[in-house]
Design a protein around this ligand. Sequence first.
Ligand code: F6P
Ligand code: MN
Length: 306
Amino acid sequence: MAKLVYLMRHLRESGADRKLQQLILELAEASKYIAHTIKTGEMGYAGTSNLYGENQLALDLLADKIIKDRLDHTGLVSYMISEEMNSIVSSHENAMGPYSVCYDPLDGSSLIDTNLSIGTIVSIMPGKQVLQPGKNQAAALYFLYGPRTELVYTVGNGTHIFVLNDAYEYILQSEYVTLNGFGNIYAPGGLKQEWTASHTLFINHLEDEGYKLRYSGAFVADINQLLAKKGGIFTYPALKGKQEGKLRMVFELFPMAFIIEQAGGAASNGTLRILDLEASDFSQRSPIYIGSKKEVALAAEFLKRI
Ligand code: F6P
Ligand code: MN
């Protein structure tokens, strides 16, 4: 029988800094409480709304608090910002940690009542600056809460997938995951009537080529599907009257772009590589084309046409 590889051992052998290893392990511990809360939790509305005017479900707030409380006294983090917080917060260790963390505590939370998969996305930046170019990330990871709970991480040395077992340990499922040069699924976000003409042509092209529609409404689940199926594309494009699209750069796009690039894929805003961009504000959004290289390059071609 193949030997089980635990997350701690994998991290030890990853070449990552010891404190970065520790930070990822702390996040993995937090995710176990979130996974448990999702399984058993109260699902009513909390009655407040976040910065972006979305209703916050109680579970969003709980997931946010679980991560913040976990990281607060580790001495590993200077600053933290989450999609649910209105401002950057410093850790109680006098903002002395070697890393800063941006996270989306419960991505796809509008799906909670449907019992479809949702997730947590985390971007780890070196130092005290939260706003840095995406390519500066020290690590990126996500947790997927589905029929199985999974952890996918990169520290810049490949993308690796772990599954939470019955003993609540993350066990390696596959390491150095790679996307093929192209795939056969597409996940198109945004209302069709709000797409630009060139984006519509791109999606029509994929449909003509026989790509299968696979859009769940949770970014984490859709990205995980690209990794599992080894290719395809997810888009949330610029919309008419909403040029910046929907997804947030620091909480969602930077970490996923890092994970997908490390798996041999690509991520662009339609013109530029996502990881070359820098957000001027933590709430900044961007259009996104992410997945296997061929489809991402093809999107750029189509967007140039009109
Ligand atoms: O966090 C934003 C998010 O919920 C993503 O998880 C998801 O991909 C997207 O929004 C879904 O948006 P829409 O409901 O417009 O399809
Ligand atoms: Mn999200």
